[in-house]
Design a protein around this ligand. Structure first.
Ligand SMILES: [Fe+2]
Ligand SMILES: [Fe+2]
Length: 161
Protein backbone atom coordinates (compact mmCIF):
# COMPACT_ATOMS: atom_id res chain seq x y z
CA UNK A 1 0.00 0.00 0.00
CA UNK A 2 1.05 3.59 -0.31
CA UNK A 3 1.67 5.36 2.98
CA UNK A 4 -1.55 6.60 4.63
CA UNK A 5 -3.79 4.85 2.06
CA UNK A 6 -5.58 3.17 4.97
CA UNK A 7 -6.82 6.56 6.17
CA UNK A 8 -9.30 6.74 3.28
CA UNK A 9 -10.85 3.39 4.12
CA UNK A 10 -13.44 4.24 6.76
CA UNK A 11 -14.44 0.62 7.37
CA UNK A 12 -10.83 -0.25 8.17
CA UNK A 13 -10.36 2.82 10.35
CA UNK A 14 -13.48 1.91 12.35
CA UNK A 15 -12.02 -1.54 13.07
CA UNK A 16 -8.76 -0.24 14.51
CA UNK A 17 -9.45 3.30 15.74
CA UNK A 18 -9.64 2.35 19.43
CA UNK A 19 -6.23 0.66 19.14
CA UNK A 20 -4.72 3.58 17.23
CA UNK A 21 -5.78 5.97 19.96
CA UNK A 22 -3.90 4.06 22.62
CA UNK A 23 -0.57 5.37 23.75
CA UNK A 24 0.99 1.92 23.66
CA UNK A 25 0.37 1.73 19.89
CA UNK A 26 1.34 5.36 19.20
CA UNK A 27 4.68 4.71 20.93
CA UNK A 28 5.63 2.50 17.95
CA UNK A 29 6.20 5.72 16.01
CA UNK A 30 9.42 6.22 18.02
CA UNK A 31 11.07 3.04 16.74
CA UNK A 32 12.70 2.43 13.41
CA UNK A 33 11.68 -0.87 11.90
CA UNK A 34 13.33 -1.23 8.53
CA UNK A 35 15.55 1.75 7.71
CA UNK A 36 13.07 4.32 6.42
CA UNK A 37 9.94 3.12 8.15
CA UNK A 38 8.81 3.40 11.74
CA UNK A 39 7.39 0.41 13.55
CA UNK A 40 3.98 2.12 13.45
CA UNK A 41 4.14 2.55 9.64
CA UNK A 42 5.19 -1.08 9.32
CA UNK A 43 2.39 -2.31 11.60
CA UNK A 44 -0.22 -0.29 9.70
CA UNK A 45 1.06 -1.62 6.38
CA UNK A 46 0.91 -5.23 7.58
CA UNK A 47 -2.52 -4.67 9.13
CA UNK A 48 -4.08 -2.92 6.15
CA UNK A 49 -2.68 -5.14 3.40
CA UNK A 50 -3.60 -8.28 5.37
CA UNK A 51 -7.08 -6.87 5.98
CA UNK A 52 -7.66 -6.35 2.27
CA UNK A 53 -6.49 -9.86 1.41
CA UNK A 54 -8.60 -11.41 4.19
CA UNK A 55 -11.63 -9.44 3.06
CA UNK A 56 -11.23 -10.51 -0.55
CA UNK A 57 -11.11 -14.14 0.63
CA UNK A 58 -14.10 -13.79 2.98
CA UNK A 59 -11.98 -14.50 6.02
CA UNK A 60 -12.03 -12.85 9.45
CA UNK A 61 -10.74 -9.46 8.34
CA UNK A 62 -11.48 -7.84 11.69
CA UNK A 63 -9.10 -10.21 13.48
CA UNK A 64 -6.49 -9.68 10.77
CA UNK A 65 -6.77 -5.87 10.92
CA UNK A 66 -6.53 -5.74 14.72
CA UNK A 67 -3.93 -8.43 15.37
CA UNK A 68 -1.94 -7.24 12.35
CA UNK A 69 -1.70 -3.81 13.92
CA UNK A 70 -0.56 -5.32 17.23
CA UNK A 71 1.82 -7.99 15.90
CA UNK A 72 5.04 -6.04 16.62
CA UNK A 73 4.04 -4.30 19.83
CA UNK A 74 7.48 -4.38 21.43
CA UNK A 75 9.87 -1.63 22.44
CA UNK A 76 13.47 -2.44 21.82
CA UNK A 77 15.58 -1.88 18.74
CA UNK A 78 15.89 -5.38 17.32
CA UNK A 79 18.99 -4.35 15.36
CA UNK A 80 21.02 -3.34 18.42
CA UNK A 81 19.58 -5.39 21.28
CA UNK A 82 21.75 -8.35 22.05
CA UNK A 83 19.61 -11.18 20.78
CA UNK A 84 20.53 -13.39 17.92
CA UNK A 85 17.94 -13.36 15.14
CA UNK A 86 16.44 -16.67 16.30
CA UNK A 87 15.90 -15.37 19.83
CA UNK A 88 14.39 -12.13 18.59
CA UNK A 89 12.03 -14.09 16.31
CA UNK A 90 10.99 -16.22 19.27
CA UNK A 91 10.72 -13.51 21.91
CA UNK A 92 9.11 -10.47 20.33
CA UNK A 93 5.77 -12.10 19.38
CA UNK A 94 5.37 -13.07 23.05
CA UNK A 95 6.19 -9.54 24.21
CA UNK A 96 3.73 -8.15 21.64
CA UNK A 97 1.00 -10.50 22.84
CA UNK A 98 1.48 -9.46 26.46
CA UNK A 99 1.37 -5.77 25.52
CA UNK A 100 -1.68 -6.23 23.25
CA UNK A 101 -3.59 -7.89 26.08
CA UNK A 102 -3.15 -4.71 28.13
CA UNK A 103 -5.28 -2.71 25.70
CA UNK A 104 -7.85 -5.12 24.25
CA UNK A 105 -9.45 -8.53 24.64
CA UNK A 106 -8.02 -10.88 22.06
CA UNK A 107 -9.80 -13.80 20.42
CA UNK A 108 -8.00 -17.15 20.04
CA UNK A 109 -7.46 -16.29 16.37
CA UNK A 110 -5.99 -12.88 17.17
CA UNK A 111 -3.62 -14.46 19.69
CA UNK A 112 -2.50 -17.00 17.09
CA UNK A 113 -1.93 -14.24 14.51
CA UNK A 114 0.39 -12.34 16.87
CA UNK A 115 2.23 -15.37 18.27
CA UNK A 116 2.86 -17.16 14.98
CA UNK A 117 3.72 -14.23 12.72
CA UNK A 118 7.39 -15.22 12.64
CA UNK A 119 6.58 -18.59 11.14
CA UNK A 120 9.47 -19.49 8.85
CA UNK A 121 12.07 -18.34 11.36
CA UNK A 122 10.32 -20.14 14.20
CA UNK A 123 8.68 -23.55 14.05
CA UNK A 124 5.32 -22.42 15.46
CA UNK A 125 3.02 -23.08 12.51
CA UNK A 126 -0.01 -20.77 12.15
CA UNK A 127 -3.27 -22.49 13.06
CA UNK A 128 -5.54 -20.28 10.93
CA UNK A 129 -5.49 -18.97 7.38
CA UNK A 130 -5.71 -15.48 8.88
CA UNK A 131 -2.40 -16.06 10.75
CA UNK A 132 -0.78 -17.33 7.57
CA UNK A 133 -1.79 -14.16 5.70
CA UNK A 134 -0.33 -11.83 8.34
CA UNK A 135 2.90 -13.84 8.49
CA UNK A 136 3.35 -13.71 4.70
CA UNK A 137 2.41 -10.03 4.42
CA UNK A 138 4.85 -9.27 7.25
CA UNK A 139 7.66 -10.92 5.25
CA UNK A 140 6.64 -9.05 2.12
CA UNK A 141 6.51 -5.67 3.89
CA UNK A 142 9.89 -6.22 5.52
CA UNK A 143 11.47 -6.79 2.14
CA UNK A 144 9.68 -3.92 0.42
CA UNK A 145 10.43 -1.49 3.26
CA UNK A 146 14.06 -2.55 3.15
CA UNK A 147 14.31 -1.94 -0.59
CA UNK A 148 12.19 1.22 -0.77
CA UNK A 149 15.18 3.60 -0.56
CA UNK A 150 16.79 1.71 -3.43
CA UNK A 151 13.56 1.81 -5.43
CA UNK A 152 13.28 5.58 -4.89
CA UNK A 153 16.87 6.04 -5.96
CA UNK A 154 16.36 4.00 -9.12
CA UNK A 155 13.23 6.02 -9.94
CA UNK A 156 15.11 9.29 -9.42
CA UNK A 157 17.98 8.13 -11.62
CA UNK A 158 15.62 6.99 -14.39
CA UNK A 159 13.72 10.30 -14.26
CA UNK A 160 16.97 12.24 -14.52
CA UNK A 161 18.04 10.40 -17.70
FE1 LIG B 1 7.57 -9.20 14.09
FE1 LIG C 1 6.42 -7.20 11.56
Amino acid sequence: MTKDEWKNDSEYVALVSDLLKSEIVQKLENYTQHHNSTRLDHSLAVSYDSYRIAKAHHLDYRAVARAGLLHDLFYYDWRTTKFDLGSHAFIHPRVALRNAEKITNLSAKERDIILKHMWGLTTARPKYRESMIVSLVDDYEAVSEFFRPLKNKIQAVIKAL
